[in-house]
Design a protein around this ligand. Sequence first.
Ligand SMILES: [Zn+2]
Length: 268
Amino acid sequence: MTDFRTTVGNVELVSLTDGQGADPPTGVFPESSEDVWRTEYPELLDAEGMIHPRYGCLAVRSGGKLIIVDTGMQAPDGALLDDMQAKGVDRDEVNLVVTTHLHPDHVGWNLTGGQPTFPNARYLVPQSDWDYWTQPSVVENSPHIQNQALPLEKLNVLDLMGDDYRITDELTTIATPGHTPGHISIVVASAGHRGFILGDVAHSPAQAHYTDWNPGFDLDGPTARQTRHTIIDRLESDGSVVATGHFPDPGFGKFVRGESGRRVWQVL
Ligand SMILES: [Zn+2]
């Protein structure tokens, strides 16, 4: 088990987890085959052949600020707040909550009982994802937007991020559309070191090699696939430390070329 904490230059990243799902891999990735999962990725399968996408979040310390990236699912057994406490992250000290995209497993703990879970934080949401999810026809069918996103505006804790938004001097957003229209990732650059907070550009280590595989819930599959190729190629060539949301705990690693010439996810 690798450490839940890592650094990129002067930036500290703490992996947090709100629980995990249990899904048949070919259900998540309709273009994959059971055979490939069984023979090439047995370590990702449980005894029943299921994969367990983690509901991952991050605490980031940068430029004197404490930042939470994504807030999990808040399922009945959601463990984010306990996990934060166990790892020494005090929710009262959080300055910013950054949302990579407005899916239910990324905004779950924005509010608790109708009040901000992080009482001293501003909540940052990508403008273009906000514009998509707050269309009346979309809101109507999205209880998580009604419950965990729209109230942020009324409570006056919401700030919308334009493109290439500078969160701190060391953290800048980058548009990575496809999974959702306004999906963002975060580039970490500090003291000559490079890191990358991936969001849902990829959901499984298997996509290091099978980069074409789209999860069924990408809203725009062709764009998501193109984004995934562009970003993972870039991360492989620049050697960034990558923080993932849905890869197995704690989700830190690098995309590297293995001896066979096959690209793999190398856990830190
Ligand atoms: Zn997700």
